[in-house]
Ligand binder design. Structure first.
Ligand code: BTN
Length: 252
């Protein structure tokens, strides 16, 4: 496997922290010279953050929980492009591991069938309409076999690949970072238009009629794609609308 150019040239491993995203946000505020591509990985998070203010649960030492520091320097209005490329890179990695039936549930949950294997939480710093810095937090379930009742529909690499032995977390991180590095370089070179199609190709429910909870109302809508702003494009009763994450939930 080839080496990496930006992502993970410096990796800081912590035994325990509240959240690797919070740690990196604070660290980058205190250290102006923090290098692009720095990775903070923790064996255990005591307050792992998920999307919509949820908690990200992950058993100590069994999975990957890490954050990357990036300087995307693109127009703030195009910030969803970063989210797309990270999702596509995780799918690349899962394809390489021969995990079948992987999907991206908008905006950026990674599923195997209908079960979640990875989650992404990106926290952006915007300066003068430019996406100056991003902390990209990724939780990938690797060796965990049992999940709490509260974590409905979760799976892991070990479960999907029916492995009897544990995966080595350091090797999995090294491999995954190579795929993220490859997609990020493509994006940095402005050569990333194919990422839009790759995202749609693997998008859960794309061009299908889906059951959705829109502003607390159960509806059926066709998923038309994603707007540049990152909003979900839907067709409901013949009318096209754009919705954001706060307004909608998939009924799985
Ligand atoms: C989600 O699907 O809700 C997003 C989950 C993101 C979890 C990761 S784990 C590493 C990083 N640190 C956090 O506190 N959250 C992200």
């Amino acid at each position: 496997m080839q080496s990496r150019l930006i992502i993970g040239n410096q990796i800081l491993k912590l035994d325990e922290i509240g959240s690797t995203n919070d740690f990196l946000l604070e660290y980058s505020k205190q250290n102006k010279k923090v290098i692009e591509g720095l990775v903070i990985v923790a064996d255990n998070q005591t307050f792992g953050k998920g999307q919509r203010g949820n908690v990200w649960e992950s058993k100590k030492g069994e999975n990957l929980t890490f954050s990357l520091f990036l300087k995307p320097e693109i127009k703030a209005t195009n910030q969803f492009q970063l989210s797309k490329l990270i999702s596509v890179a995780i799918i690349d990695f899962l394809d390489y591991k021969a995990v079948n039936d992987t999907k991206i549930k908008w905006p950026n949950d990674i599923l195997v069938g209908k079960k979640k294997i990875a989650g992404i939480l990106i926290e952006n710093t915007i300066r003068e309409n430019v996406l100056a810095e991003s902390v990209v937090g990724i939780g990938l379930n690797v060796n965990q076999s049992d999940f709490n009742e509260s974590v409905k529909n979760a799976t892991s690499l070990k479960k999907e690949l029916c492995n009897s032995t544990e995966f080595n977390l350091k090797s999995i991180l090294d491999e995954l970072l190579i795929f993220i590095d490859k997609r990020y370089l493509q994006f940095k070179k402005g050569n990333d238009t194919n990422i839009n199609q790759l995202y749609l190709d693997r998008m859960y429910g794309y061009q299908k009629s889906m059951n959705l909870n829109l502003k607390n109302e159960l509806i059926t809508g066709e998923i038309l794609g994603v707007a540049n702003s990152g909003k979900l494009l839907l067709k409901i009763s013949g009318k096209e609308i754009e919705v954001d994450l706060k307004q909608i939930e998939f009924v799985l």
